[in-house]
Design a binder for this molecule. Structure first.
Ligand SMILES: Nc1ncnc2c1ncn2[C@@H]1O[C@H](COP(=O)(O)OP(=O)(O)OP(=O)(O)O)[C@@H](O)[C@H]1O
Ligand SMILES: [Mg+2]
Length: 466
């Protein structure tokens, strides 16, 4: 009988660093056996800005998870977010000889041809994810091997990150004592953890509302088919409150979590807060007014999500069957209601699912990415990853389409558990990809001359009690 395997997810976020340790049984079932979360210092908008602080926080988070599990870990699947990530989908083609079945070599050949595209030496491929295959025009084929045809086509979603930020991330993890087993895009991990069975048959937009970034993943029948990152997150809401109310960030964070709402209609109509600002003067603000500060920022984020999807895939209402919100920002009251209003689609808050063990500890949307990393790692190690394949760091990178506006697109064990920690290189499959023409770029309308910024408008609105 094969031993259970230990797989570790390390989610390095802007506000917190979380380590989740999972035990994967040979049948693929996953039990969460350890978790450790510490505040993140040294990450800004998904990228490392202070190596030493990040290394220390990773060490603390890993040590906390090890204490809970009683297992020592020495490698992890690590999340990647940040505005440096770029994504494009390429179309690949392979000719099949007449009267022959399509074999794995044909699929690989198709995928390999894709690597012969112009490369940007500053980018590193993180994922190359084959979508469904097309055989002689017949679409929607998950596995073409064994079929007959003369023409095999595949779309591959390629995600690449800037080499510098990725090197910094790797260095922090390695100096914290862990080997990087794989880098995984945050929105891919969040989708893996939150999408339910029915959603894996549809097109669904997963929006991971983090502290420093909002990560978008469009999943088509369970495959990540588009991804992007918006460098605005829940911490911007906190900053808006701190600036407008003239209070410290920690207080603004408390006020947001306890009394904030993304829709004024959902704010407690009977609640008025007394806020003493840094200058010592006290003002009263109703929960309704508080929400009127919060709403424009969340609406701005949703507007950017919509712009990104419209630009690349078309109107969101037409391409998607629903929206799944996750990440800490999805805990803000009213975010789902506002999303329903803005996207005109069914919206739900996605929490990690499909795991056993310490489910209560990883039950919230803040744990979606970390649990998704464990699920991703389990699939990779068992070789059952849907269409997901990790690409080694040395793989050259196709030149992405024009970057879009603000959207970027201890070793040993202390228990007697039958676990296996031996390191295997990431599984590499795929690649025929021919660079498609860049989609026409939709210019974001410039702010009309003389018009005011969001902050200026809010300041003006609330000037009477500031
Ligand atoms: N109960 C809550 N109500 C409102 N907002 C919340 C709540 N809990 C967390 N948040 C917000 O969620 C954000 C943090 O989310 P999360 O932990 O998913 O971010 P992260 O993974 O550290 O960041 P990123 O993914 O951007 O790098 C913060 O802005 C925080 O204020
Ligand atoms: Mg996050």
């Amino acid at each position: 009988m094969k031993d259970n395997m230990i797989t570790v997810g390390l989610d390095i976020g802007t506000t917190k660093i979380t380590t989740v340790i999972g035990e994967i049984a040979p049948d693929g079932s996953v039990d969460i056996i350890g978790e450790g979360t510490v505040p993140s210092e040294g990450i800004k908008r998904g990228a490392v800005v202070n190596l030493e602080r990040t290394i220390q926080a990773i060490k603390s988070s890993v040590a906390a998870a090890e204490r809970v599990s009683g297992v020592r870990v020495d490698n992890a699947y690590v999340s990647v977010a940040g505005n440096h990530a770029r994504a494009l989908t390429s179309h690949g083609l392979a000719a099949i000889r007449r009267s022959q079945e399509i074999g794995t070599a044909d699929v690989e050949r198709a995928i390999e041809n894709a690597r012969a595209v112009p490369l940007d030496p500053n980018l590193e491929v993180i994922h190359a994810l084959p979508q469904e295959y097309v055989v002689d025009g017949q679409e929607g084929i998950k596995s073409p091997v064994g079929m007959h045809g003369v023409r095999l086509e595949v779309d591959v979603h390629i995600v690449a990150g800037a080499a510098g930020p990725l090197a910094n991330l790797r260095r922090c993890v390695q100096e914290a004592g862990l080997q990087v087993r794989g880098l995984v895009l945050e929105s891919l991990a969040s989708g893996l953890a939150t999408l339910d069975h029915a959603e894996q048959d549809q097109t669904v937009v997963v929006i991971d509302m983090g502290g420093g970034t909002t990560d978008i993943g469009v999943f088509k029948r369970g495959n990540l088919s588009h991804s992007a990152c918006i460098p605005i997150g829940g911490d911007h809401v906190t900053t808006d409150l701190a600036q407008i109310l003239k209070i410290p960030m920690e207080e603004a964070e408390n006020v947001k979590r306890k009394y904030g709402a993304a829709l004024p209609e959902l704010a407690d109509p009977d609640l008025t807060l007394e806020i003493t600002n840094a200058a010592g003067s006290t003002h009263a603000i109703s929960a309704f007014e508080l929400s009127r500060i919060i709403k424009p920022r969340i609406a701005e984020i949703y507007g950017l999500v919509r712009d990104e999807i419209d630009r690349v895939l078309g109107p969101v209402e037409l391409i998607a069957g629903g929206v799944v919100l996750t990440g800490g920002g999805s805990l803000l009251r009213g975010v789902a209601e506002l999303a329903r209003e803005r996207f005109r689609l069914p919206v739900r808050v996605g929490r990690p699912r499909g795991v056993g063990g310490l489910t209560d500890i990883v039950a919230g949307p803040v744990h979606a990415a970390a649990v998704g990393l464990v699920l991703y790692g389990g699939q990779q190690r068992l070789g059952v990853g849907s269409a997901v394949s990790a690409v080694p760091a040395s793989v050259p990178v196709p030149q992405p389409a024009e970057p879009s506006s603000p959207v970027a697109a201890g070793a040993g064990m202390s228990t007697g558990r039958p676990v296996s920690m031996d390191f295997e290189p990431p599984v590499v499959t795929e690649t025929v990809v021919v660079n498609p023409p860049a989609p026409p770029k939709k210019e974001r309308p410039a702010r009309p001359e003389g018009s005011k910024s969001l902050m200026d408008r809010m300041r003006e609105f609330f000037k009477d009690w500031m």
